[in-house]
Structures are given as structure tokens and as C-alpha cells.
Design a binder for this molecule. Sequence first.
Ligand code: ADP
Ligand code: MG
Length: 716
Amino acid sequence: MLENLSKKAVSSYFGAMTFDKKVMRKKLPKEVYRAVQKTIQSGNKLSEEIAGAVAHGMKEWAMEHGATHYTHWFQPMTGSTAEKHDAFLTFDKDGAPIERFSGTQLIQGEPDASSFPSGGMRTTFEARGYTAWDPTSPAFLMKGGTGLTLCIPTVFISYHGEALDEKTPLLRSMSAVSKSAIKLLGILGVEGVTRVNTFAGCEQEYFLIDRKFYTMRPDLVMSGRTLLGANPPKGQQLEDHYFGSIPNRMLAFMQEVEEELYQLGIPAKTRHNEVAPHQFEIAPIYEKANIAADHNLLVMEVMRRVAEKKGMALLLHEKPFDGINGSGKHNNWSIGTAEGTNLLEPGDTPESNIQFLVFLVAVLKGVFKRSAALRASIASIGNDHRLGANEAPPAVVTVFLGELLEKVLDAIESGKVDFATEKQVLDLGLSHLPVLNKDYTDRNRTSPFAFTGNKFEFRAVGSSQPISVPNMVLNTLMAEAMDELADAIQSKIDSGIDKDTAIQEVLRAEIKATKPVRYQGDNYSEDLQQAAADRGLPNLKNTPQAMRTLLDKDTRNMFAKYGVLSNEEMESRLNTRLERYFKGIDIEARTLQLMLKTFVIPNVSEYQGEIAISYNGLVDAADRIGVSGNTLKSQGDHLKELAENLGLLIDLTAELDGVIEKMETFEDEGFEVADYCAEVVLPCMNKVREVADRLEFMVDRDKWQLPTYSEMLFEH
Ligand code: ADP
Ligand code: MG
């Protein structure tokens, strides 16, 4: 194991815990090394002939670092990762213990598919699931307990090849993007592009609180968010936390996390305080979307472990504290060629600016047409509390382009200028596009999907969500939009129109058609809600509403057409996510019930008892000590208010009991129960919470067992 890294240059140990190119070159025979590199570039499967040699090299390397076990590391549809560890240990034919790791063990594993959600996919009942190594993502050594485990990033598929995980569809969507982009580039006259990739860089927000508070809050432990808790007198009103100096204890946490991430080859780049107290952000340098997806899962995992080690708790929930800023994961997304051209980056020639406009319009087209699917991709029980609240992007997906691009698109649309000649391109201001940057794309922090210079920033993604799903949807809608643009341009060319005019006409038509999705105003405002209604943009307020759009035939046809998700695979995802939604709310409701009955009601009752005794004593002594009627009345009123609120709390808790009981009576485990959760269970939980939070401010702190918001958010 590597020690004392804090004194070393990061570049000297970056990726030291990964089976990367450098290690492979050292550990593998030359021909094998070359074959693996070729496999990685082509994105194909590793052939069985060389798998044995690769496995051997990998095992030697892992054992040198002290690893004893290996695992296939994959992303089932649970929203997290899964692993089952196997030891290298076995016996040779003489019964002597040896370490072995075969090619078959490397390229294929057989976890019991039935223990992972399949969303009812028929074929998985009788067949086993397979995990297969994804050589594009390097194997790595993960710390945990007192040792290291060799982790092999894999995809998880059924016997018949259906995707049982979130990674397979992401990889498929990346192939689809590549194919469509190369076709569109071909029409624009760009030849020789071998592969087009999408890239992602995610800004991960999180809360970090002292572990002693966390363990005393069943709600945080069970559901990741506080189900009760009055707002502290000081919240984030002073806005003094954002970019403030990082407290020492937190800084030490970040440094240890980063050290581990660097060893895993994860390029952590920025760290800072976020808006709310105890809220922070970490952002890596962007990578290919599939690698970024793996790495983000590792970032979350490493942070969780280091926090625990340091006596803190990591909160990844989208809204752990009511009334306090929630956490998101800004998914910065771009598309570029393997040769290094970012297709969303304006170049320095008129042609490259036209290319830029074509790809920009493709994004507008895709997001406009498939905004419901995009919204659905980030719908979750936690994100429902964040989206549309006054600090996060709303449930309506609009695109922010910034003033300059708005002007350019408007000019093209109105036909005032065209760009048939270089002169006209210059007139249009397109020659200045290369300097488009943050200053030009003036930041609109309220937009769910904003252009930021040479990439789009999808801000509606939730902090706890794996990014595979939103990126898979983004890629697919982009593939479709690029194909449609290519076809439209081609058919004009076929009808005898010259290429430049054809491109121009198609762009003009598309800029006009996609105008409703462009919104430059404040996305937190009433005006946006009105605009959404006027323009017919989907406004899907909660998870069940968003999930319903995945029933849409046309949406499903798109995923099927691009080979990303078959109808059955989509159905299974829909079922799994609905189930996660209502089971999650069931857990929340029951946790709240438990907290009310075993903490809040007993605590308030006890305090009320003391007040009642004290009040009775005062009444008895009133005449003797000469206490006037008014004083008695005030104290009586105080006791009365306490008693009334406690009475109300007990009644509402009984109502919650009834609401929970009814959850068990639903026969259909789908939309009906999910709607019930959104429309009945959550409002009932909010109603009872309001009373409990009021009582928190009326009761002696020593009697209130739960750590308060003030303690969790302001004590270090
Ligand atoms: P912000 O001002 O929103 O914090 P930054 O410029 O710091 O934005 O970048 C935020 C994230 O965007 C980082 O993770 C960065 O790596 C990523 N990013 C930068 N360029 C690209 C790109 N071309 N494609 C995808 N992600 C990118
Ligand atoms: Mg950002």
C-alpha cells in the first residue's frame, strides 16, 4: 500500500491503484498488451485467448499490493453499486493452497440475478445473470476494512442479453451517438472521424455532519433526510458559507478523499463550500461519460467511507434539511470526436462555426422533443423535494443559451442574415464565437439545462443519483436529433439544393421549431410556470407523473430504435423505479411514525407533565404569595397551548397510522400506490411534521431527544 502520500506530488501516484496502461505494459506480454489496447479502443469484448494472460497479470499486480479477493463491480438497478467478493485462494492438485485467477473469472461472473431487481423481466426468473468485464473502464484496487479488493468494472446482463444494469444502456447510447454524429459530420463534409464520444464532468454536492448527531436521528439513518426538525434561527440568510474558508476538519476529510481518488485515477479538481452550512462540493475534470459515471459512483463511495472513518456522516440526499438549500449534481455534458474536437465548441473558421451551430441546434431539438424523458431520467423520491423548490431547477426542462447566442439564433431565424458567404458569417458575429466563455454565456443559475461555453450543464440531476441514466437519455435524444437533422439536410441536397443553403434552411426551420424550449428568464419565477403552460412544455411535478411519460410509445420507440433499451428493458426500469419510489416513502412514513411515538410524543408529554405540576403548585400558592390573575392566566395559556398542540400531534399521528395501513391494501404495485404516496402519504407527513416542529420550540431542550437543526448544522 502507498503511504505518506500527502508529501508526494499527485502526478507521482495518480492512478497507482488502477490496472492502467502503464501497469499493463509492465505486467503483460507485448502481444497481449497490444491486443488489450485494441479491445479498449474498439469497445469490443476481450477475447478468451488473451483473457488468461490478462487475468494472470492483473492478479500478480493486485497481490503485490496486498489484495486477497476480487469482485465484479457493477451497477444494478438499485441506484448504487454491487459487489460479491471471491478470494484468489484455491488448492492445487496436491492440495496445497495457491492463488489463482483465471481468464474466465476475469471476463465473466455469475451473480444470482434473482437477488437484484429485474423489474419483472420475464427471462431473468429462470436464467442466471452474467457480469462481463468492460475493458474500457480500468480495474482498480478498492480500500475497505483492513485490506484491498480487486474490482473489475462490469456490465450485468441476463442469459438472453437483456441489460439488468444501468451501465449497459449507457454504453449502448454512446455507440448510438457515435454513429449518428459521424453521419451528420459526413454530410457537413467532415471525413475521417473514427468515433464520437460524449463527456461528463459532475459537480457533486453533499452535506457532512458529525456522526454522533447522525446516529441519533433514525430519519437520517433510514431515509437519508430529516423528517422532523424546526428551522434554526440562523439558516443560510447571511450567505456567508458559499466559497467561505473551509473548516479544518472538513478540509482534512477532503484531502483524504482526494488522495484516495487520485490513487484510483479519478481527477478530483475543485473543492469548496456550498450555499448551506455544512454543505460542500467536489468536482473532477471531465471524462468520457461512461468513465465519469463509474468514477462518480466511486467518489460517493470513497466519501462515505472516509466520512465514517473520521467520525462524520456523509449526506447525499437531495434535501436532507427542510428549508435549507438542497444538493444536486450538475452534469456537465459535451460531445466530441476521438480526434479531439469538441463539437459544441465554436472554432475559428466560418465552417467550424456552422458545424457548431448544427450541433447546438441538435441539442435544442433533442431536448425539446424529449424533455419529458429527460425529466423522467432524474425523477426520484429525493429529487422531488428539491426540484421546483426555490433554489433548484424546476420540474420544467428549458434551455438557457445566453444573450449572444440568443441574438445569433434570432438573427438566423428572422432571415435577416444568412451565412452563405464568409462575409455574412462575419456580419452575423459568428467570427467572435471562439471567445464564447463564461462571460458570454452569462450564468443563469436557475436554468435546469444551460449552455456554458462549450458544454451543457444539466443541473437538475440529484446529488445521490448515478449519472448513467441521465447521460444515457441525453445521448439517445442527441442521436435521434442528429439523425433527423442529417436526414433533413440530405433530402434537401437530394432535391437539388446546394449544401450550404440546405444546411441554412434546415437550421432556420429548427431554430424556429425549438424556440419554446429556450428560456432566458428566472426559472424560479411564476413567469416560468406560465410560460410552460403557454408553450405546452411538460411540467411534471413528481416522480409518478414523470414516470408516466415512460409509457409513451413514441419515447419507447426511440430507445428501441437506437438499440439502447428494448421495450421490455424499459418496462423493467419503469417498474423498478416506481417500486423504489413507493417503498422509499413507505420507509419514510414508518420512520416518522416511530419517531413521533418513541421520541416526540413521550418527550412533549413529559415536559407537559412538569409544566402542569408547576402550574398546579403556583395555583395552590397564588393567594399566599399574592400572584395576580393575569400571571396565572399567562402561565395557564402557555400550558394550554402546549396541551393543544400535543393533542393535535397525537390526532395527526393516528391519521398517519391510518394512511400507512392503507398502503398495504393496494393490490397493484405500480402507479396507483405511487400516486397515493405522492398525493396522500407525503402531505400527511408534512402536516404532522408542522405540529411537531412547532412543539420543538416549546419544549425544554433537555427533554427533546433528537439533535436539532442548529446542532447538526452549526456545530463542528
Ligand atoms: P462551474 O463554474 O459551473 O463550477 P467549471 O468550469 O468549473 O464550472 O466546470 C465544472 C465541471 O464541468 C467540471 O467537472 C469540468 O470538468 C466540467 N467540464 C468542463 N469542460 C467540459 C466539457 N467539455 N465536457 C464535459 N464537462 C466539462
Ligand atoms: Mg456548475
